[in-house]
Ligand binder design. Structure first.
Ligand code: TMP
Length: 253
């Protein structure tokens, strides 16, 4: 049997050629890395959870008209996606100070920001994905000014959606990262949300306790990453085991 063609292997996912032109199969691995892959581990079941969670968020975005690459889930670890030309930028949206913003500006983690702040990092592992300005992006041709405006608008819509969804289950969306790709409809280019949306690429804190429910649990050795991701999936109702089974018949009057 012919093996399918691997298009790209990243730290947490593999992309295979899809069944139709313009599609890919995205496979979620159990691998976790941090600090530009200096720290690595395999977390049993992480890929399965992120496949489900990314599906859940992308489907929600589709429902509110935010274009994205998700087509359908194929199995526990794989989803069919639209092939895009990835723009080599990580688009970060922050609602509260944390992580590299806190380090860079000396701001206590958890400080509410005056408004959502959008940042761009240039995707280059050898350079450690450095923060870049819009000037760098347009001068070096990574994206045009119009693309940047569209990317900021997309990122802020994703922020509104994700903040609301998480708030509804008692979780604060501190920040997140998305990647955006180009697709072509004849001669017209459109930008769509690509890659993944999962606790690997967000900071999620329990509203009551402040408990971290995202990849910082792994980065900072705070406990079980799979427990944290399972809790997020459970609250959002995306665990197959979330189906409740009555233990005994209930009398209805
Ligand atoms: P930062 O505070 O480390 O810059 O991270 C900001 C957000 O981006 C946070 O939600 C984690 C996410 N992120 C990624 O998804 N991939 C990365 O490589 C890094 C450094 C951060």
């Amino acid at each position: 049997m012919a093996r399918r063609k691997k298009i790209y292997e990243g730290k947490a996912k593999i992309l295979y050629e899809g069944p139709e032109p313009g599609t890919l199969v995205q496979y979620f691995k159990d691998d976790a890395t941090a600090f530009n892959a200096e720290k690595r581990a395999t977390i049993d079941g992480k890929g399965v959870l992120n496949n489900r969670l990314s599906e859940f968020f992308m489907r929600g975005l589709t429902q509110i008209g935010v274009p994205n690459h998700f087509i359908k889930r194929l199995n526990m670890r794989e989803q069919l996606i639209r092939q895009v030309e990835i723009i080599p930028l990580e688009v970060i949206v922050r609602n509260f100070a944390a992580g590299s913003l806190s380090t860079r500006l000396g701001m206590a983690e958890g400080t509410a920001l005056p408004r959502p702040i959008v940042e761009f990092c240039y995707k280059d592992d050898k350079l450690g994905d450095p923060l870049v300005s819009e000037e760098h992006i347009t001068a070096f041709g990574w994206a045009q000014q119009q693309d940047l405006d569209d990317m900021v608008a997309l990122a802020l819509r994703v922020n509104d959606f994700l903040s609301g969804v998480m708030m509804a289950v008692g979780i604060k969306l501190v920040d997140f990262k998305i990647e955006i790709g180009r697709v072509w409809d004849n001669d017209f280019q459109r930008l769509i949300v690509a890659d993944e949306i999962s606790p690997d690429s967000c900071r999620l804190w329990d509203i009551e306790t402040g408990q971290k429910l995202d990849k910082d649990v792994f980065r900072r050795d705070l406990g079980s990453l799979s427990d944290a991701y399972t809790e997020v999936a459970r609250r959002l109702g995306v665990l197959p085991s979330n189906v409740t089974h009555a233990t005994k018949p209930t009398l209805i009057n």
